[in-house]
Design a protein around this ligand. Structure first.
Ligand code: DGP
Length: 121
């Protein structure tokens, strides 16, 4: 995977150049509704820092950023009342996973039974 493109769509959302339906934000993350939801709840959680992939994030981000990110993911799920009956976290990394936006992110799906773990195989 190549370097970070500062004009990717999530970088532009973070800079406020493109609007988003914000769900949560703190010093580490921004969480907002996916523009093309695939479940009643479909939220994207992104770190504020410029990281392309999971490896890039976990290797280069500070411990505070990594911890803050995953805490925030859990907090968003809890705030959306998803702990029961449950939800799914998913992160696409690279070509085989069809990562479209090269700013590391986690999808949070919920609000209905989510079916089998992988589709399109
Ligand atoms: P992926 O990189 O394949 O894990 O998914 C990227 C997701 O980002 C996809 O579900 C659609 C969403 N998305 C793309 N552009 C925008 C946008 O401008 N606003 C919002 N809210 N979501 C977007």
């Amino acid at each position: 995977m190549s370097g970070y493109d500062t004009n990717n769509i999530f970088a532009r959302i973070l800079r406020g150049e493109i609007p988003c339906a914000k769900v949560f934000e703190d010093e580490f993350v921004l969480a907002f509704n996916d523009v093309a939801p695939q479940a009643p709840v479909h939220v994207l959680v992104i770190p504020r820092g410029a990281y392309v992939s999971f490896a890039d994030f976990t290797l280069r981000a500070s411990s505070d950023e990594v911890c803050g990110f995953f805490r925030a993911v859990g907090l968003v799920a809890t705030q959306l009342n998803l702990d029961e009956p449950g939800y799914r976290l998913l992160s696409n990394i690279g070509q085989d996973a069809h990562q479209q936006v090269e700013h590391f992110h986690v999808h949070l799906f919920g609000g209905r039974p989510l079916g089998a773990m992988l589709a399109g195989s």
